[in-house]
Design a protein around this ligand. Sequence first.
Ligand SMILES: [Zn+2]
Ligand SMILES: [Zn+2]
Ligand SMILES: [Zn+2]
Length: 165
Amino acid sequence: MISDPAAELRSRGLQVTAQRLAVLRTISANPHVTAEAVTSEVRAEIGSVSVQAVYDALATMVEVGLVRRIQPAGSAARFEDRVADNHHHLVCRDCGCVVDVDCSVGAAPCLTASDDHGFDIDEAEVAFWGRCPRCQSATDPQSASQGADDPLTESTPHHKENKNE
Ligand SMILES: [Zn+2]
Ligand SMILES: [Zn+2]
Ligand SMILES: [Zn+2]
């Protein structure tokens, strides 16, 4: 959590504006929030703000390293203020919720590639895909035992191929 958003902005050489403050506060309070959700939160807080202004603020803060942007395959980009620790994410295939998971204990072992091909590696994008506990219990055969051949109208393919890669 960011305790003093204004100081964080200044420390990165960014001008402190009401929009940037609101964007940063929203991200801090809602880790892995989408730009769309940031926009509606910011509007609730400081009134009318253009979508473009919010996207600009997000892009600027990502650029200076104040905010991290992640984009799970098939999902909208998400933003968080937990930066520079190379943590990874658990993503639910069904509801799309995102949860932080620390890298293996120690100094980001996943950054040690078996062959770095001369790259100066600073991040490993690791996403763990599965189904969150809530989605598991929602389709738990024991809790949904009535109507055994109830067609699962809402079921989505569990294996989405990463077709945009
Ligand atoms: Zn889920
Ligand atoms: Zn995270
Ligand atoms: Zn790791």
